[in-house]
Write a protein that binds this ligand. Structure first.
Ligand SMILES: Nc1ncnc2c1ncn2[C@@H]1O[C@H](COP(=O)(O)OS(=O)(=O)O)[C@@H](OP(=O)(O)O)[C@H]1O
Length: 368
């Protein structure tokens, strides 16, 4: 065979392989309902440690969501006699290169002599792409707790959190950069957020039209963009305002976890109830962890001063630090409040449908 013919043949074979890899199952056959796309593999592999992990295992991991009450859930759970909170580790997203020996040493040191179910919470795990695969590779039996909440409240809390970042020498530049993106004050933040929602709405409308209005297909397309680390999920191509908004597209991130973990291994908690009735979701969590229900309504005490439920320490409220609950008394302008609710509503509904669940804040938003 001549060299040219040989080359053409190789190119044809490569093209055939690549079109097979990119083949969209959803259009494969009208009479066949395909596997959801999130269960099919992606070509871009994430780095996953190959060796077997035989160190201290976390019984469960709280993976997010930032500003949805992960601190409250951890602090409340740490009162349980069977579980032990080792805090935030960022191992599966920031420090993975350090290897299992680093994680094992960290867990062993922090939980020394405790003989309890060890857990860590790192609120950015849920939206860092390789994390689910890496946790699964370490131990497929790890239970995952994802805490989600009202996106309007979460957006406000994220803003206030960034505003209060301490301007020490390490964070100073980062903070300045973030404030440049968000706006110099709350008013400017709201104006910019308003414009960002308009931009995203235009983008999403186009994507939805490409899917003939099918919201499920549209979310799958968003899931593809996320998996390819593209706009509006890419930290390189998206503004912080866009990222704060897309952090609330819970279905997109959750689908990644469902690719690796069976639904029974993942508990989704309504963080918005942590303020007014923390015991309801804590009961679900204790059942999920297969531990006796020790934390109940009596374990909590309302704090007038903080406007929050806190732990009941002999009749006195023992609250989380001042860094939690700072959004009390803050609200977006009514026009923006409405616009944010409208923006998130179909995504919240999609997520609720995926879980066959209804979230507390959906009722409130429906009343508007
Ligand atoms: N019971 C109780 N006590 C304290 N805080 C409570 C509670 N329930 C919910 N919350 C809300 O939790 C918000 C902080 O969320 P996180 O702990 O996930 O924040 S972080 O991502 O770890 O920084 C925090 O948000 P901010 O109000 O913006 O501070 C609280 O509103």
């Amino acid at each position: 065979m001549e060299l040219n013919t040989y080359l053409v043949l190789v190119i044809l074979i490569l093209l055939a392989i690549s079109s097979f890899i990119n083949y969209d199952l959803s259009t494969a056959n009208d009479g066949f309902y395909p596997l959801p796309r999130f269960l099919t593999s992606y070509f871009r592999p994430n780095k996953v440690l190959k060796e077997h992990y035989n160190g201290t295992l976390p019984g469960f991991i709280i993976t997010g969501v930032m500003k949805c009450g992960t601190g409250a859930v951890s602090k409340f759970l740490s009162q349980h006699s069977r579980v032990y909170d080792i805090g935030e580790t960022y191992f599966f997203n920031r420090y993975y290169e350090k290897g299992y020996s680093y994680y094992d040493a960290l867990l062993t040191r922090r939980s020394a002599g405790k003989h309890k179910i060890v857990f860590e919470k790192t609120p950015t795990y849920y939206k860092t792409l390789p994390t689910a695969e890496r946790i699964h590779a370490m131990s497929p039996d790890t239970k995952i707790i994802l805490i989600v909440c009202d996106n309007v409240q979460r957006t406000l809390s994220r803003y206030l959190h960034i505003l209060h970042l301490s301007p020490n020498s390490l964070q100073r530049q980062q903070k300045e950069h973030k404030i440049d993106d968000l706006g110099k004050d709350f008013e400017e933040f709201q104006q910019r957020l308003n414009a960002t929602i308009d931009d995203l709405n235009i983008e999403f409308k186009g994507m939805l039209a490409n899917r003939f209005g099918n919201f499920y297909r549209f979310v799958e397309d968003l899931y593809d963009l996320y998996n390819q680390r593209k706009y509006p999920f890419s930290t390189k191509d998206s503004t912080l305002r866009e990222l704060i908004l897309t952090d609330g597209l819970y279905s997109v991130y959750h689908m990644t976890y469902l690719k690796f973990f069976s639904p029974e291994k993942v508990l989704v908690v309504d963080g918005s109830t942590m303020k007014d009735s923390p015991w309801t979701e804590l009961e679900r969590i204790q059942n999920f962890l297969d531990v006796p229900v020790e934390l109940s309504e009596n374990s909590f005490k309302w704090s007038e001063e903080r406007g929050l439920y806190c732990l009941n320490k002999d009749g006195v409220p023992n609250c989380l630090g001042k860094g939690k609950g700072r959004s009390n008394g803050w609200e977006f302008e009514p026009y923006l409040q409405k616009k944010l609710m409208k923006f998130f509503k179909p995504f919240d509904q999609h997520f609720a449908n995926l879980l066959k669940k209804r979230f507390s804040w959906q009722d409130k938003n429906d009343e508007e």
